[in-house]
Design a protein around this ligand. Sequence first.
Ligand code: TRP
Length: 336
Amino acid sequence: MTAVVKKRILTGDRPTGPLHLGHLAGSLQNRVKLQATYDCFFIIADYQVLTDHIKETDTIENNIIEILLDWLSVGMDPVKSTFFIQSRVPEIADLTMYFSMLVTLSRLQRNPTVKDEIKQSGLHHISYGFLGYPISQAADILIVRANLVPVGDDNLPHVEQTREIARTFNGLFGEVLPVPEALVGDVARLPGLDGQKMSKSLGNAIYLKDTPVEIRTKIMSAITDPSRIKATDAGHPDICNIYQYHAAFNQSQLSDIEKSCRQGKIGCVACKQIAAEQIISCLRPIQAKRAYYQDKITFLKDIVEEGNRKTSCEGKKTMSLVREAMHFDYQKIFCS
Ligand code: TRP
């Protein structure tokens, strides 16, 4: 009998705050499914927070707790998968050091996501760590020798950078590292309340932990089809945020909503009320689980310590392969 080896996945989040509906529709629901088929490693990328939040290090620990609660509440399962914290697996920083010699400065400066982030943040004096974070992300992925990396399209350049690093390493030192592939979800990105990408920094997000009152208030403030003045005007669901929320959380009524909107038979207020109640009911079981785990801090700690240990163990295997291939395992007198 041949043992079936599951392919390995690595993905994760930065602990910058609680997760929102954009994360749920765009990545979390997919992760829950992937757990059945793949050996999943989920990273809480705390070093990555330092790249653009260096003055808010006092918030990171709480944000890690928020992310763990969000992960557990949506059904990511620490029995099937491995949850770990980037800074607590020292092999990642170790591997980053080697990888940093394989990437040119101009290659880092060409990364389109990094370029966008620099533009958006208005950062004029970016740090060495910020420019280099795609290298550290490559180490996150390759430390467990992952085959697949589920990400949103903003992270695709980082997976491409990881593939280049793996190929360069293998070209120089022999076939040691897998060349991982990105897994891009098929769901459209969920817009925020103002129609831009849903994001914490834009202040347009609905969080998984928002109360029904908060959700109703937020939805009521959302922008809809701007050409619709009166409730009886014909609407254009294709350019309406709220329609996107129906598509993500109210499949069963979607075609009715679309028809009524186009014919001017349902106004934006009524349509928003339906969307809000639908989101609230989708979040109800998630919030019940969140409440259950909320005061089980020791349980959270145990999950992460076990995940850190397991990832570190994989990391040690990777580092010994890497060092051996690079003749950095000094065989003469500095060995062991
Ligand atoms: N850059 C990712 C984000 O912003 C987080 C992340 C860090 C990540 N390391 C990773 C994602 C490795 C996939 C694989 O959300």
